[in-house]
Design a protein around this ligand. Structure first.
Ligand code: GSH
Length: 614
């Protein structure tokens, strides 16, 4: 869920002048939070999921730009019931998007796990009440023909003043100020439109250059755009218009949350590969299977100085990654941590670091936040600049909530009963409620098992980055190998070389076992035995874990692979990588039918959802 305030946002020219003030006070606010919460202990294991949906027309299969109206009605219910509702609904980037979470967090494991899928089913029903007959919601990660002619309902003009995109009308952006301000300010800060370039899948008749009509402004990097077999996209909406599945976990205290942040970081590329659900971008079959890099490029606000293309003058740092990227440093002080794991040359603000250390914060955590604070605040509300740092954390949240990393370390908000949390952000949303429930439950059990069994997933952070790249490859679940620890039970800091601690393994080996290692799924199956679930919970949870296991073995296809094959086998497909309106319509119709239980497809559902409905 985003950090959203009411008020007037500043255009970049004005916002820029307040950046240092926001950062300075953001740090004061952070220090206040740390001071009052560093000794907080004993919070319960509470957690929740976030699912993002798109709204489409079920007759013409266009993106329907009306989710904001539906959201208003859903939020009105929340207001009327004083927050006492089964689901919470929040805005997301697209005017066609909506985000749903449980009304209150799940607590612990146990029979709660039975409620999740039901909650997801009810969430859909709850939205459905406010839809017109020709409208439906879907959980597809990326709308295939985003940015193609006439892809929205109603149709709208491109080249609007906000995104200045030649493909996406400004109308696709959620009308809340935050989203258009983010879009315009990212563009203005970097000095040109964002430039998203991903490889196209090369089929027999794929043209080397498909976008020759593309207008490239003089300040754009035309080399990147004009490569052969390239899909070029020029607006934030191509990325932030993608949908994901996230889960947030509250841990008992700061140290456990720091440990969980570290332990989940190596998991993020693995679950991205496993949940991969996006292989079509801007109407073309792409050569990647996951959304992450597209979003990363879509919000990359780095200037030429920050990219190292010209010398530093106005900006302070050369920065190696986009704001939406993998994490750059581990933060835990657990005995499992070795300083060698932090093997990236971390870019961080030395002044922020100094200030934090002077205020008694340890070096590791200070570096983490000093790294987040190398970014400028992008959305500043004119009426919320001078605020009471003792009572508010808006300026800290401003920086924190626009550092979109694979995992997020979340300190307690002021004045609430909420504790230290960690958010897992890399998974792609799945088509059905069963599939999403399976990933959510898998994540929750994994988190609890990490905490209780002290599982150790540390690999050098540079290896996580390599794994994240690998996770984008076509069908990486089956075709590729990922760096993973040989021994996940190693509780003490070993002395040998770090290189000997990990090896390249397939997703199947990591999840289903290799040699003496029984695999993550079996680790979790053994772990839940100790939780003494009742028979029903046990059966349901095992079904979810078996689903994950079969996805890892490739027996059940990723949505990306399945989508790719659907297109390639479609009678209208000309083997030129083009996903026409006709193909998209048939594809989305099938997605809808599977979601609604009208069609069953074992390739992505296995036998599980059939069992489920019995
Ligand atoms: N849809 C995204 C994904 O597929 O990874 C995740 C959602 C997201 O990052 N949304 C942006 C945001 O700022 C909206 S522009 N969210 C609030 C936050 O990260 O705190």
């Amino acid at each position: 869920m985003g950090f959203i305030a009411e008020g007037n946002t500043l255009a970049w020219e004005d916002a820029e002048q307040h950046a240092n003030y926001i950062r300075e006070h953001g740090i004061i606010q952070l220090l206040n939070i740390l001071k009052s919460n560093k000794d907080r202990h004993g919070d319960d294991f509470k957690w929740g999921d976030e699912v993002e949906y798109i709204l489409i027309t079920n007759d013409t299969f266009k993106l329907k730009l009306r989710a904001n109206e539906v959201l208003d009605l859903l939020m009105l219910e929340e207001k009327r019931n004083h927050g006492n509702v089964d689901h919470l609904w929040r805005p997301e980037y697209g005017r066609f998007m909506i985000e749903g979470t449980p009304g209150s967090p799940y607590e612990g494991l146990g029979r709660q796990l039975l409620a999740i899928q039901q909650s997801l089913v009810k969430r859909r029903e709850s939205v459905q009440r406010y839809l017109k007959p020709e409208e439906s919601i879907l959980t597809v990660t990326c709308y295939p023909r985003m940015g193609c002619k006439g892809f929205t309902e109603p149709q709208a003009e491109v080249k609007g003043p906000v995104a200045e995109s030649q493909f996406l009308p400004d109308m696709v952006i959620n009308p809340h100020f935050r989203f258009s301000t983010l879009t315009a300010n990212i563009r203005k800060r970097r000095g040109s439109n964002v430039s998203i370039n991903i490889p196209m899948f090369k089929d027999t008749f794929t043209k080397e250059y498909v976008d020759q009509q593309t207008y490239i402004s003089p300040d754009q990097d035309d080399k990147a755009i004009n490569q052969p077999y390239n899909i070029y996209m020029d607006a934030m909406g191509f990325g932030m218009g993608c949908c994901c599945l996230q889960a947030t976990f509250q841990l008992p205290d700061m140290e456990e949350a720091r440990n969980m942040f570290d332990q989940l970081a190596p998991i993020t590329p693995l679950v991205l590969s496993l949940s991969a659900a996006s292989s079509i971008f801007k109407g073309y079959l792409s050569d990647i299977d996951a959304r992450w890099t597209v979003i990363s490029q879509s919000v990359d606000d780095r200037t030429k100085e920050e990219l190292g293309k010209i010398g530093l003058n106005k900006n302070k740092f050369v920065i190696n990654k986009s704001r939406y990227d993998s994490i750059d440093c581990y933060i835990s002080r657990s005995p499992q941590f070795r300083s060698e794991y932090n093997d990236l040359d971390l870019v961080y603000d030395k002044d922020v670091y100094q200030k934090m250390v002077e205020n008694g914060i340890d070096g590791l955590l200070s570096k983490h936040f000093a790294h987040l604070f190398i970014r400028d605040p992008l959305v500043i509300y004119s009426d919320k600049i001078e605020i009471d740092d003792e009572k508010h954390t808006d300026h800290f949240e401003n920086i924190q909530s626009t550092n979109w990393q694979t995992v997020r370390f979340k300190p307690p908000p002021p004045g609430a009963s909420i504790g230290w949390r960690v958010e897992l952000r890399s998974m792609e949303v799945q088509l059905t409620d069963f599939q999403n429930a399976a990933f959510i439950v898998f994540s929750a059990i994994l988190v609890k098992a990490i905490a209780d069994l002290k599982l150790n997933f540390y690999v050098p952070i540079s290896k996580i980055d390599e794994n994240l790249k690998t996770a984008h490859k076509r069908n990486s679940v089956v075709n590729d190998k990922f760096y993973f620890r040989k021994n996940i039970y190693n509780n003490n800091s070993p002395n040998g070389s770090v290189e000997n601690e990990y090896e390249l393994m397939t997703i199947n080996e990591i999840f289903n076992g290799k040699g003496e290692f029984i695999g993550l799924v079996n680790v979790l199956k053994n772990y839940i035995k100790s939780l003494n679930f009742d028979a029903e919970t046990n059966q349901t949870v095992n079904r979810y874990l078996n689903f994950i296991s079969q996805k890892a073995s490739g027996e059940i296809k990723t949505i990306s692979t399945w989508t790719r094959e659907f297109v390639q086998n479609h009678p209208a497909y000309k083997h030129d990588s083009v996903v026409s309106e006709e193909i998209q319509a048939d594809y989305l119709k099938l997605c809808l039918d599977i979601t609604n239980g009208v069609v069953y497809d074992e390739e992505i559902q296995g036998n599980f959802e059939r069992l489920d409905s019995n």
